[in-house]
Design a binder for this molecule. Sequence first.
Ligand code: SF4
Ligand code: SF4
Length: 71
Amino acid sequence: MVISLIGGCIGCGTCVQTCPTDVIRMDSKTEKAVIQYPADCQICHLCRMYCPVDAITISPEKSIPVIVSWG
Ligand code: SF4
Ligand code: SF4
């Protein structure tokens, strides 16, 4: 799996809101994030960048640089 949760999730829901392809969902029982649809991950890194506790990791060998527009 390219994206994974390494623990420490505080259930803030930020990753669920930031993911453009709805890969991540909140588990209603544990109230923590789960990688629900990993095949849809576009490796955009938004969830990892916005997670306040660095609970998300993305495999470096599959990662691509984030393309940032400028101007
Ligand atoms: S890397 Fe991007 S596409 Fe993949 S789960 Fe995170 S926010 Fe969603
Ligand atoms: S952004 Fe981080 S702490 Fe918040 S729900 Fe997602 S994995 Fe958990």
